[in-house]
Design a protein around this ligand. Structure first.
Ligand code: NAG
Ligand code: NAG
Ligand code: NAG
Length: 478
């Protein structure tokens, strides 16, 4: 077969988290709609979970079959990770990632090796989530062009990239209570130590995730291509600083690419309650949407203070409390009488379609844990935020929201979360004069994002450039 005719084939391996899966699927559809063959790899347990939730436990469902009927060549397959299917990976996060670091690389090596051996006609490349630290070894062994998909903000990438610099300046490990401005990281004009990534802090510097992240950033420095789920106009300095070191492409927001059959692929971990009817009965802008996302854990006390805060605030709200939010198998019981007391103005659900809820005119604000995916969704929908970051990259995201883009405020900034403050802050946020300014700003940000994915928009142009560079690199590698 002539080299020119050989098809290009991407093997895509995601991490099993909601906020990572959607951008991955979106990228798969995008690549496939540009004539690239894709093998999308789900971890077996996650595939089962999606099938349990959406296909009544049928396990042989092909999650991309509808996309394939539309002409996209995406093959879906699964591989095992080092744990039995019913092991609770979220509740045992540290144990899970300990084992993933140690025992997953040989599994993935064998898996990729088998795929390559079974098809020698195509030209292969690998797309892996940046948070994995095994890709460098695998791609070197098989001489594969590698693409790293970073599903978080470019700000966080800059900080991770310059880990050594932080260390030299005494900010890794960073004192937990420090209050200093960091002004020496290229691409980051200024960030307070309070807003650093949680795993750079002293109390977490020995954690599995801190060690894994450090390794991951070391490796990612050598990736052939890094795709960022952000928008050039929103993080120009961070991205242009990174461009000095490596090929970066801001192609976000990936969950919102136009003209892709995104809704043909099941990505939601849980089944969704419909909030539309309830929201339809509330006045425009009157509802606070409250969710801590799909992954982080919180504790009983926080839930309780929030519950009383919402109760005292008198505002309308939708509160998403997913199963497992307390992390230790505890069921999240709300205070006695809570549901009854708020039944006219509050809706509590286990999960819902977040974009659908945020786009509803009744929703006027989003109380969020500041996960990147939720942040992007709120921005896209033009909804101002109250930020209550819990861990990981979330403090950085809320810094972007509050200080850089001025599209949100922080909850209980100077102290602990207590019900009186929560009530007061929610009330003044939803009713206050500040909201108009935040709304205008977030409206502008939303427009920037929408422009970015249009023809000639920055994310669209960057994606096209990536595709061209990728193909050239693959053919040169022969
Ligand atoms: C699917 O299987 C799980 C565990 O085996 C079980 O708890 C659940 O009820 C099943 N769901 C359906 C819809 O059959
Ligand atoms: C990607 O491939 C290059 C060779 O082109 C290699 O040097 C590098 O280590 C690989 N990096 C990752 C993250 O896979
Ligand atoms: C983003 O995260 C939220 C909360 O975790 C979830 O409801 C939503 O489905 C996610 N969106 C996408 C496109 O993954």
């Amino acid at each position: 077969m002539g080299e020119r005719q050989r098809k290009v084939h991407g093997i895509m391996i995601c991490v099993p988290y909601q906020g990572h899966l959607s951008p991955f699927v979106d990228l798969a559809l995008k690549l496939a709609s540009n004539g690239i063959v894709i093998t999308f790899v789900h971890l077996e347990f996650l595939h089962r979970k999606l099938c349990d939730t959406h296909y009544a436990n049928k396990t042989d469902v092909d999650l991309f079959s509808k996309a394939r009927e539309l002409g996209l060549d995406i093959r879906c397959t699964t591989m095992t990770d080092p744990f039995p299917l019913d092991f609770d990976r979220d509740a045992n996060f540290n144990e899970y990632w300990e084992a993933m670091a140690r025992d997953f690389p040989p599994l993935v090596d064998e898996f990729v090796g088998n795929i390559l051996a079974s098809d020698r006609d195509m030209l292969h490349f690998l797309v892996a989530d940046t948070v994995y630290s095994w890709p460098a070894a695998v791609t070197r062994k098989y001489n594969l062009v590698n693409v790293s998909l970073w599903t978080q903000s470019a700000l966080v990438y800059c900080l991770g990239y310059h880990w050594d610099l932080l260390q030299q300046n005494g900010h890794f490990p960073c004192k937990d209570v420090a209050d200093e401005e960091i002004k020496y990281v290229p691409g980051v004009e200024s960030i307070n130590t309070k807003d650093l990534i949680a795993y750079l802090k002293q109390s977490q510097c020995e954690s599995v995730i801190s060690r894994a992240s450090r390794l991951q950033f070391e490796q990612a420095k050598m990736a052939d291509f890094v795709l960022h789920n952000t928008v050039e106009e929103l993080e120009p300095q961070a991205l242009s600083a990174l461009n000095q070191y490596m090929p970066n492409y801001a192609v976000g927001p990936l969950n919102f690419s136009q003209n892709l059959p995104t809704n043909t692929v099941t990505t939601s971990f849980w089944s969704k309650s419909d909030c539309t009817t309830w929201l339809g009965s509330k006045p425009p802008g009157s509802v606070l949407y409250v969710s801590f996302g799909s992954f982080v854990h919180t504790n009983k006390q926080v839930l309780e203070e929030l519950a009383y805060g919402l109760l005292l605030s008198q505002v309308n709200f939708v509160w998403v409390i997913r199963q497992g939010i307390l992390g230790d198998g505890a069921t999240s019981e709300l205070p006695a009488g809570f549901r009854e007391a708020v039944k006219e103005r509050g809706l509590v659900v286990g999960w819902c379609d977040q974009v659908e809820a945020l786009s509803n005119p009744a929703v006027g604000g989003f109380l969020t844990h500041s996960g990147w995916n939720s942040t992007l969704e709120s921005m896209w929908c033009g909804v101002p935020m109250i930020c209550y970051p819990i861990g990981f990259d979330q403090p950085c995201n809320s810094k972007l929201v509050v200080a850089d883009w001025k599209i949100g405020i922080r909850l209980c900034e100077d102290g602990s979360l207590d019900r009186e403050n929560v009530a007061h802050e929610i009330q003044s946020f939803m009713g206050g004069g500040d909201l108009e300014r935040l709304r205008q700003n977030v409206g502008r940000v939303s427009q920037i994002m929408k422009n970015a994915v249009e023809t000639d928009g920055s994310s669209k142009t960057n994606f096209d450039r990536f595709l061209k560079d990728l193909k050239a690199k693959i053919r040169n590698q022969l």
